[in-house]
Design a protein around this ligand. Sequence first.
Ligand SMILES: Nc1ncnc2c1ncn2[C@@H]1O[C@H](COP(=O)(O)OP(=O)(O)OP(=O)(O)O)[C@@H](O)[C@H]1O
Length: 812
Amino acid sequence: MVTVSKLVGMKRQDIKNVLLLLQEFVVTYRDNKVKINYQSRPVILFLATLVATAGFGIFFTLKNILTKYNEYLLNTKLNRPSLIRQSSTILKNGSREIFIPKGKNKVTRIIIPKPNLDQYAADKYLYKNFYINQQLIQQSPKGIIFNSKFLNQLSIIWRILIPKFYSRNTSLLLSQCFFLILRTWLSLLVAKLDGQIVKNLIAANGKKFSRDLIYWLLIAFPASYTNAAIKYLDNRLSLGFRTNLTRYIHDMYLDKKMSYYKVNLNNSNSIENIDQYITQDISKFCDSLSGLFSSMGKPFIDLIFFSVYLRDNLGTGAIIGIFTNYFITAVLLKQSTPPFGKLSSKRTHLEGQFFNQQLNLMNNCEEIGFYKGSLIEKVKLKEKFRGLMNHVNNEINITLNYGVIEDYVLKYTWSAWGYVFAGLPVFLDEIWPKQVPDQSDKSLSQIQRVDERKNMRQFIINKRLMLSLADAGSRLMYSIKDVNQLTGHTDRVFNLLTQLHKVHSPRYDFGSKFGYSDIHGTIQNNYAKGIRLEHFSVIIPSIDGGEGIPLISDITIDIKDNNKNLLILGPNGCGKTSISRIMAGLWPFYHGLLSKPNDDDIFYLPQKTYFTTGNLRDQIIYPFSYNDMLEMGYNDDYLYHILREVKLEYLLKREGNFNVIKEWKDVFSGGEKQRISIARVLFKNPKLVILDESTNAVSTDVEDYLFELLRTKRISFITLSHRPLLMKYHDFILEIKDEQDERSWEFHDLTSVENLKSIDKEINEIEVKLSQTEKWELRKQEIELYLDGKNEGISMEASIELPKDILLSPKR
Ligand SMILES: Nc1ncnc2c1ncn2[C@@H]1O[C@H](COP(=O)(O)OP(=O)(O)OP(=O)(O)O)[C@@H](O)[C@H]1O
């Protein structure tokens, strides 16, 4: 005993007291059985949680069984091939039902909701009005009492996150509120139980101590359940928000109005690194918004509950004191809070730039390799990385300073303040004892002991609640940082949505405003006769909106036969591709009339062939999917037939099958790329195809063959080229000329006999010139060999080209 007491540094009397206490406890426990009240809150809560868990378990198991059964029906009872053939059905409500292969010989059903185009048109005005209002507020001389840009932005985005009251996200949000309130109520019960246990311990009441310990363990079950549920709902809510936002953006970004092109063009509305906005920014925004509900909701509800409870124990004055302290420190902290929102939004921007530079290197590695451009690429990468690192460094430093102030104030001063108020009733009781009932029959020591226990219980409860209150207050203060960051994310997401709404407008003029006053051109679709341009002007859209540089003006042509072919001929940079950009709706059409066939009947082949991610089949059928192909009634044999037609059948032999996945843009040669493009035309089989220098990389005999192929397939073509030799495949020519700083155009009808003759003459002249060039090349080589001493004799024609002194001088 002595050694033990020495070891722990206790007095002998203390040890004796503890042992006596333990003895008392054991005796009480043995003599009285522990009585559990089955109607007490901990028991009811425990049982309720058990029932709820079992209920949810049964519900989700049944749901899973039902889903599996439906899939079983889908894959067995119904005939799979015919199912895939009807793979993309439009349902009654306008949604698309698609079946996606899942594993071997299995499909799964997916419903894609119908995009609500009216909603985008209506929403556009919210974004427009927001900017108008902001401008008005800035101009307003008196200023507005309360205007939060962040809350205004959030309220507009909110319509996307929770579009209607009866939605999945609403139920998630309501469940979140329920669990937050439940959690605070449980904390209150736990605090009371805590005080109760300490009181029992001091009173050495083993029976009550054991009973309360059992209650403690029972209440821990719903408490843990509640905490886990809050975290779970947080994640689910974030996912739900992200799904709604991404779907909304994709519907706008990737529809017929081609916002993805317009928003990526270099103008005042373009968004640098838009990929990052759609992937990372939206995810961060949703995470921080859903996280804010629990990070702010929890302490907020705690503050209300705990202060109501504490008011009863400590009095209104104490509560006012506590909140005054909170308010003053909150204001001070707010003053010293760095602009976390701006900092985090700048970091995201810099991360995006660095990422894009890496992506650029990855996508163009071959070209950079040929140029031996690794050094300059390294410098550029280093520059972007240094910019990012400088910013992150700066952010870390700012955060350190703020962290010190924040921790000192929130963690320590607030807790000290809490202790003061928790101790107040005890000290006040000492100074001004309350009137107590007559206890003359009890000894003084007995009364003192009861009072001590009561005080201790009350102190434990108050202390716990005070600390929880301080904790809630500090968490609320910490979440100022979260709110600041959310402000930054909200601003970026709002900016993305605004730009998308601008470019999504049907008459978008590339300007920064929601206006389109400069666009007066008329486009007539469904012009079955052929193609007609009237006072057609080609104008580069200005990067600030409206008309930019004019390229060609006032073209008027009318081709009234949809079986005839047109060649648009002109030097580099004269605006040939720009004509097709206007026809395809990529650029605005400022002046004139354009009559053309329906968009579905035209197929555009861009100058640079695009290769999609996927297998060999995907390259040929682009922009259709495999499901579309099956729906159209085609199979791989048909694709092989197309490959044979464009003389690429060896590709299939080389690659083995159509399912091979490769980085196709790096695999195909220049000529192969162009022949794959023609294969796409044959697969789509349109009425009209626009060929933009689509055959300049193939040999002349293959070019001949490909144009003939299109003719036999009765696919009309409009060719954009700078090579007059292509005239022979066409019936009309729109010739664009650059003459003394002036650009003019001429239209030639080659279907008339005289024109044909003159064209034949022109082609003959070109061919003569070409053969002369070949002869010159031969002679040059002969002279080179002669001068190098590798050729003894030299032909007559070549000797004419040589100056006499060289001819007569000794050989090198
Ligand atoms: N987004 C743009 N912003 C500014 N200028 C542009 C833009 N797009 C094209 N241009 C300019 O417009 C002019 C016409 O371009 P276009 O691509 O139509 O020429 P092209 O006749 O097809 O030339 P090529 O035969 O070389 O393909 C060029 O001088 C080009 O630099």
